[in-house]
Design a protein around this ligand. Sequence first.
Ligand SMILES: Cc1ncc(COP(=O)(O)O)c(C=O)c1O
Length: 334
Amino acid sequence: MSEEEAHANLAVPAFRTEKVAKTQTQNGHGTVWRFGGADKAAKAATVTLRGVIYMLFDNCSKDVKKTILPLGHGDPSVYPCFRTCIEAEDAVVNVLRSGNSNSYCPGAGILPARRAVADYLNRDLPNKLTPDDIFLTAGCNQGIELVFESLARPNANILLPRPGFPHYDARAVYSGLEIRKFDLLPDREWEIDLEGVEAVADENTVAIVVINPNNPCGNVYSHDHLHKVADAARKLGIMVITDEVYDQTIFGDNPFVPMAKFASIVPVLTLGGISKGWVVPGWKIGWIALNDPEGVFESTKVVQSIKQSLDITPDPSTIIQVCVLLLLMGWLGC
Ligand SMILES: Cc1ncc(COP(=O)(O)O)c(C=O)c1O
């Protein structure tokens, strides 16, 4: 039975598991191979969501014919009831057919798309962003990776929420950033335990990560709570990294407030993307937005480091960048 047949009852079409490779150091002619897989990612890979979910699937009995719902698999597009609008799909086809977007793009992304992201975020912001404050990435996940790589320096630590989105843990481990956890409080609608934040931070802490709307808790932080987070971060001298990839997935009564509203108190680095709001995680496009009216990211060379990292990483597809521009400008009506 093939692996795919064995998992035919799983409600995710693109499911695959990795096979453990056999180690071979010597062939039949006595040659000792001088190469081998590096283990740099091994430790980080143990804390990825994919790793845990696939391990659970592998442990499910193949004989049970019940449908397995992968509730930890944050990809709505695999369910037929969630589909992006037809105008967006047409836009991809039209941009592709135009032949105008087959080129490489600048490391930060094409200017009209960066402007569109700035305009999209500026709707709710007192301190306006310019296209220069925006960097396009291959999904929000690549934004996390680039930012962590840019912040990692010897002994640096980063504050991550518990519970949280495991990709942060994996990338912190991979980048060599020490992880310090603060709690989200279930009896206070998953607010951040700010006293706990102060208790775990020290002079080597560089940033606090806030996921809002929250994955996995599903809450949306109030204006007042975010204000307190900004005050706490300023007191500690650390930046706020806010993951707002779910900015259009709002549960409960709190309206969504972007963390960047408090950028005059503390520098805020916003991560976002279209994966969730437009149900297209496979299109792989996201952004980093630097909300920093006081120019702290510039003076601390964070901007420079992000730009350098972007110079050595692959860019998101130029075709999809044009489509992002059309989507965010509202020209497609969806
Ligand atoms: C909190 C959070 N950030 C980032 C991502 C990844 O976003 P993208 O698909 O745009 O890389 C996810 C995906 O589930 C997420 O839950």
